[in-house]
Ligand binder design. Structure first.
Ligand SMILES: Cc1ncc(COP(=O)(O)O)c(C=O)c1O
Length: 292
């Protein structure tokens, strides 16, 4: 199992991977990023991730230093160098290094860093029993960047800190309009009857790639889809709630702010949808994530 860091196309061991203290990603959170995982050693939805990175970069006016195909090839090369059975990839693009000062023109050369680590999955018990979450009202840097996956996650870091304080796994972000938009690093879904409900992109969410694939296969689990803003009462009155992200796939939520959701156990629709998702990503024959 190995960890590697690829900086501007050059592969380093983690202990040798260094970037400047004048990098604007470090100084101002002036960066965008992607998190990708492999299935069977192959990066899942790589094109979609690199496209989203390009969209995020365009949103905050960081020029792509290499084109999408070259970026994807660099990620593949980093994965091949790490040679893990399954990997986690963190691809970051910063505005680069320059003298102190907020003016983005002070940095001329964006920096790209691809970190590859062995994939670590959540314990089966979290899928078997479900997790607790809190709700947390805040404004995030990405709210000003119209859904770009920007490097500044400070508001979400503070939300997770609150969640950890009460033993919860994730914080559902409530925006200034009082709507539940998503988790700190996940999208949120509610099941009511046979309907799957999740906020639309315009609600100020990150357009999750797992979310998009779940919506595309919902009918395989016999669910119809409704895209609409969610308010806390929707979540409290839900039959089932789950989170989605590249690393967690679908993770059942059974407690919100200390109160049980539905039966208080992961629900049958979440399970059916998760199995459909596992088939969709080519893992249909592997044991389910909730099996030890
Ligand atoms: C704010 C936010 N929403 C949603 C997600 C889930 O996105 P994806 O399914 O593309 O991993 C993430 C992932 O990191 C995130 O940071």
């Amino acid at each position: 199992m190995s960890r590697i860091a690829c900086i501007d196309g050059v592969i380093h061991a983690p202990e040798d991977a260094k970037v400047s203290v004048y990098d604007r990603g470090f100084l101002y959170g002036d960066s965008v990023f992607e998190t990708i995982r492999t299935y069977g050693g192959r990066p899942f939805a790589l094109d979609e991730h690199v496209q989203r990175l390009e969209r995020s970069a365009a949103q905050v006016a960081i020029p792509m230093p290499i084109d999408r195909a070259a970026f994807a090839a660099e990620i593949e090369r980093a994965l091949a160098a790490a040679a893990n059975p399954e990997s986690y990839v963190r691809a970051t693009l910063t505005r680069g290094t320059g003298p102190l000062g907020l003016d983005p023109r002070l940095a001329a050369h964006p920096l790209r860093v691809i970190l590859v680590e062995p994939l670590k999955l959540l314990p089966a018990a979290m899928y078997r029993d479900g997790v607790a979450v809190i709700t947390h009202r805040t404004e995030r840097a990405c709210d000003a960047a119209h859904g770009a996956k920007v490097g500044n996650y400070l508001a979400s870091v503070l939300a997770i800190r609150k969640a950890c304080d009460v033993g919860a796994h994730e914080a559902l972000i409530i925006n200034t309009a009082g709507q539940i938009v998503e988790g700190t690093t996940s999208n949120v879904f509610v099941v009511r009857g046979r309907t799957l409900i999740t906020p639309p992109e315009e609600a100020g969410i990150l357009a999750g790639i797992t979310r998009a694939h779940i919506l595309a296969i919902a009918d395989e689990a016999g669910l119809s889809v409704e895209l609409r803003p969610l308010v806390p009462d929707d979540v409290r009155a839900a039959d089932e709630v789950f989170l989605s992200s590249s690393l967690r796939e679908l993770l059942p939520v059974v407690v919100v702010d200390g109160a049980p959701i539905g039966s208080g156990k992961p629900g049958p629709n979440t399970r059916a949808l998760h199995l459909a998702f596992r088939r969709h990503v080519g893992m249909g024959d592997a044991k389910a994530p909730w099996v030890d």
